[in-house]
Design a binder for this molecule. Sequence first.
Ligand SMILES: *Cc1c(COP(=O)(O)O)cnc(C)c1O
Length: 442
Amino acid sequence: MNQEKLKDLTSRFPLLHHLMDLEELAWFNPNATTLDVGLPYVGLDEKDVREATERLNRFAPYLCKAFPELEVTKGIIESDIQAIPSMQQHLSEQYGVNITGKMLMKKDSHLPISGSIKARGGIYEVLKHAEELALSAGLLSLSDNYEKLHATEFRAFFSDYSIAVGSTGNLGMSIGIMSAKLGFQVSVHMSADAREWKKDKLRSLGVTVVEYEQDYGVAVEKGREEAKGDPKCFFIDDENSHNLFLGYSVAGERLKNQLSDMNIAVDSNHPLFVYLPCGVGGGPGGVAFGLKLAFGDNVHCIFAEPTHSPCMLLGVYTGLHDGISVQNLGIDNITAADGLAVGRASGFVGRAMERLLDGFYTISDENMYKHLGELSELENVQLEPSALSGMVGPIHVSKDTTYQTRMGLTNKLKNATHLVWATGGGMVPTEEMSAYLAKSGR
Ligand SMILES: *Cc1c(COP(=O)(O)O)cnc(C)c1O
């Protein structure tokens, strides 16, 4: 972007100066509207989410066989909710802002199979592709018990096909593990920031890992190229995929049941705030979509990004979506939050969801590490740095009175539930976690 264009942009969007200075900031979206008004822009609806739920239910008997850790949930991949009262109190004191209501954490960090939020979307898209292939080959019908997929015959069938994906690490893990289990050939194109242990794990499963010196955007591009020349290769497009998005969205209805089992009310007097770490946008976007369908206007979704990779905030705030990258502003997209190291947001998710998201904020790597150590000490939960970005969301909501007034929330915060979506960390090796904790200063 040339100097003149940049100057024009920053004069129309003054917050960009602060973004370029890598300041931590929050932007509450003045265009946030009701579900009724916003839903038509998404291009997907309840029916699509229900279809995804039903597909996951069909696959449950197979998943249960293929991954014995899923026996307890009968093949359903879902995470627990944990209250974090000590962290809530600690953050209130640290920031001098009283967080009222309840503060909870959704532990996608500890999802079975791949230990991150990607165990939702990534696995779903692989399953959907496998189902389509098997159905059209006449090897499977919708009424079958899918347990049969866990057989040599099916592995041989799928081994004729390949799957490619570009990733900063966790998507590669979930796609790699799931595809390899079914028998597919799979290659994962990893950006420079991907952790070594994730690549090692995948290689040990027979996954082809291709490494790049460049960032996520390049890794995705290379994956796309590989698939283009090969009709039997299926590319999972993290920047545009509706299937990934729908795989994530199933979380909404399930969360509704979990909160109801915990006797936690969500209604017009009891708002639910959900804080979602955002990379390219598919994970948090899909979850937010599912939440909106489940809770309507009583849920408020807020995205968290690193100060060095605020791509979704940038895209939605300027309305330029995938037409602008953080690098265009001279921001380097270098962060320890590997799952969030994305310079250009998904154009699909930003455009689909911009009217249904209440706000966006940024957080420094330093503070992610700090909260990583605090959470470990106060609540005994160990996460990877990216997953800590949601932790300060309740601070932003609790202190922004303009936002509260505009949304009619002023007198309701005392009844609020703040849910921090902890997106990754459950599979981080012990030595790696010790290094994170050492960096936290705890
Ligand atoms: C991928 C990821 C996210 C964000 O998901 P996107 O779809 O990239 O926005 C958040 N946290 C972790 C740990 C991730 O791996």
